[in-house]
Ligand binder design. Structure first.
Ligand code: P1T
Length: 390
């Protein structure tokens, strides 16, 4: 498949629109066709065009994989049927007895996959506060193969120092995986900071329109990429071509969307921070965020996700505000053009034990906002009227 002749130093907006795609050689179609087929004709025994069966090869999927690899600055991209399927594939590269150090605050589904599925297959997991690089290093054992971090974390917006953790993990021969779902490559490039693998729920900002589920892994580690390509086919958690196409369409506008998400979220974080009914705001763009300096150093923006605690942080207080939103839709997920409000303790993080939640400052009533790209004034008015319900 032809690729666009891009300058090596092409910017991210240009890469988002062109990388991995060129007009279709058969028809000249400017947009990548959706190769909606499960199999491919063979002219004679052993003679084909490099495509045999669509679990193994699909041109729409390959275009998405090249596009995502270019955006993250990696040499290999692999896409999966969901973010968790991507995470699962990476864990499948490990063997019984191997150990993973994981940030204590991750998406609840990641925690559930590690704790409830892979632990019983003989893998060991230690959950630590990954904003403390010393705590991560103290958790290393001779069996540690992976360090898994989200930065910022979902939903507490804590940061891990990617460069520092990568140096320390590499000293003991462990790979570092960064779930870059919240920041996207528009704001943060973990591979350039030393990480070995970037993981995405492409369901979120990369697709950007809340109309598909998908995941991806990007790496420049040849050996790992070969193993992941084997697992993608061997285990078969591949995305369909229509979903790949939707994500490809989404990445074209990543840059303009992220700028607007970021601008709207900064304004809302400032509004929430000075609101008398709000006791805490979690947003790395606020100078009061304990890791604001790191946020400025390792990312070029702060993104569209923020969390806050209203009133005394009780479930009742959170529920009151949650139920009062009008423009923000009450829903799980994030990263679409539309604004969403989520109650993580009962929704996205229901599988995290309450004591573990409370120990990290994740109050029962904490609310998370996925700030969309609507007019900022309308979003601010909605947040203000929702808080007035308290
Ligand atoms: O939902 P899926 O595409 O399988 O991706 C899982 C996932 C992985 N990593 C992060 C940081 C995520 O936020 C998610 C999914 N999160 C939600 C559905 C949510 O509302 O937080």
């Amino acid at each position: 498949m032809a690729q666009h002749p891009l300058r090596r130093e092409a910017g991210l907006s240009t890469l988002a629109i062109h990388a991995g795609q060129a007009p279709d050689p058969t028809t000249g179609a400017v947009m990548m066709p959706i190769y909606q087929t499960s199999t491919y004709a063979q002219e004679a025994l052993g003679q084909h065009k490099g495509f045999e069966y669509a679990r193994t090869h699909n041109a729409t999927r390959a275009a998405l994989e090249r596009n995502l690899a270019a955006l993250e600055g990696g040499t290999h991209g692999l896409s999966f049927a969901s973010g968790l399927a991507a995470t699962n594939a990476l864990v499948q590269t490990l063997s019984a007895g191997d150990h993973v150090v994981c940030g204590r605050n991750t998406y609840g589904g990641t925690y559930r996959l590690f704790e409830k599925v892979w632990r019983r297959h003989g893998l060991a997991f230690t959950f630590v506060d990954a904003s403390d690089s010393d705590a991560v290093e103290r958790a290393f054992t001779p069996a540690t193969k992976l360090v898994w971090v989200e930065t910022p974390t979902n939903p507490l917006m804590e940061l891990a120092d990617i460069a520092e953790l990568s140096t320390r993990a590499h000293r003991v021969g462990a790979r570092v995986v960064v779930d870059n779902t919240f920041m996207t490559p528009y704001f943060q490039r973990p591979l350039a900071l030393g990480a070995d693998v970037v993981m995405h729920s492409v369901t979120k900002y990369l697709n950007g329109h809340s109309d598909m589920i998908g995941g991806a892994l990007i790496t420049s580690d040849e050996a790992l990429a070969t193993e992941l390509r084997f697992l993608q086919n061997a285990a078969g958690a591949v995305p369909g071509p229509m979903d790949c196409w939707l994500c490809l369409r989404g990445t074209k506008t990543l840059a303009v969307r992220m700028r607007q998400h970021d601008a709207n979220a900064r304004d809302l974080a400032a509004l929430l921070e000075q609101h008398p009914k709000v006791s805490r705001v979690f947003y790395p763009g606020l100078p009061s965020h304990p890791q604001h300096a790191l946020a400025c150093r390792q990312a070029s923006g702060f993104g569209g996700m923020l969390s806050f605690i209203a009133g005394d942080g009780s479930l009742a207080a959170g529920e009151r505000v949650f139920n009062a939103f009008r423009l923000f839709t009450r829903a799980e997920s994030l990263g679409g053009v539309e604004s969403l409000v989520c109650h993580p303790a009962s929704m996205t993080h229901a599988s995290v034990p309450r004591e573990a939640r409370l120990a990290m400052g994740f109050a029962d009533g904490l609310l998370r906002l996925s700030v969309g790209i609507e007019d900022g004034a309308d979003l601010q008015a909605d947040v203000a009227q929702a808080l007035a319900a308290l």
